[in-house]
Design a protein around this ligand. Structure first.
Ligand code: GTP
Ligand code: MG
Length: 237
């Protein structure tokens, strides 16, 4: 059986078993420029509820962070546990995935899927989206990211993970001046550095804190493009 067939089967299985709750695609589903960036570089996009996971995947696929139905209305995105761009290194533990779906209550499923996604997809990079509208909630979200991603998904260290990038999203709400922009980034960077200092095993990770925006009201998303290009750069060996 060819590798492509295995990859295609895995994607079809996730679609059948989880519907749009879990977005698992290969680079072939992405716009050309992003397919090039993520070829042979599996990645996961994680983040709390409503942070923008679906918008990000739609942006990578269509060049816009939203989908429009045939009447021209913007379609409401579906709830998303995680979004992954995978390659043939995928090794689906079907039973474990189905167990999560059966046994774990909806509100805890979000984070429970992350460890399994890491185990099966072997991401080289994780892009973690943070809703940065409320400045006072940025540091807490960074701590959560380190706990729920690094501690929970990588109990034995980073394995093949090369990069953890934080995307500070909803910049249309807060990046009103260069100073405001720097302040938000500094809060996230300081929090991230503090977390990494307490976890020396992850000190070698390539990290970044990027301004991010996937507003459905914009017509261009230069912050997201730049953040994703930098993310791609950090995935190379
Ligand atoms: N203004 C603005 N809206 C955004 C931005 N990013 C996402 N949104 C909107 O925020 C809402 C949540 O985004 P989603 O992409 O659905 O987030 P999600 O993480 O997939 O959400 P769940 O799957 O429900 O957990 C949607 O209405 C998006 O259009 C942004 O940067 N600016
Ligand atoms: Mg979603």
């Amino acid at each position: 059986m060819s590798t492509a067939a295995i990859l295609g089967q895995a994607i079809a299985w996730f679609l059948k078993s989880f519907g749009k709750d879990l977005v698992v695609i290969s680079k072939d589903f992405l716009e050309h420029q992003w397919a090039r960036v993520f070829v042979n570089r599996p990645v996961l996009f994680l983040g709390p509820k409503q942070a923008g996971k679906s918008s990000l995947i739609t942006y990578l696929r269509k060049g816009k962070p939203f989908e429009v139905d045939k009447n021209g209305a913007v379609r409401t995105p579906d709830p998303t546990l995680a979004a992954a761009v995978i390659d043939e290194r995928v090794s689906v533990q079907h039973n474990k995935w189905l167990q999560i779906k059966q046994d774990i209550p909806g509100d805890q499923m979000l984070r429970a899927t992350w460890a399994l996604a890491v185990a099966d997809f072997h991401p080289l990079g994780i892009g973690y989206i943070i809703d940065a509208r409320d400045q006072s909630k940025i540091a807490g979200q960074v701590q959560e990211a380190c706990r729920d991603v690094l501690d929970t998904c990588y109990p034995e260290g980073p394995r093949e993970l090369r990069a953890l990038h934080l995307f500070l999203s909803f910049s249309d709400f807060w990046a009103h001046s260069p100073i405001a922009t720097r302040l938000h980034q500094k809060i996230a960077r300081d929090a991230l550095e503090e977390e990494l200092l307490t976890r020396p095993v992850f000190a070698g990770l390539r990290t970044d804190v990027a301004v991010f925006n996937l507003s459905p009201h914009a017509s261009d998303w230069p912050d997201a493009r730049r953040a994703l290009e930098r993310f791609g750069t950090d995935l190379s060996a």
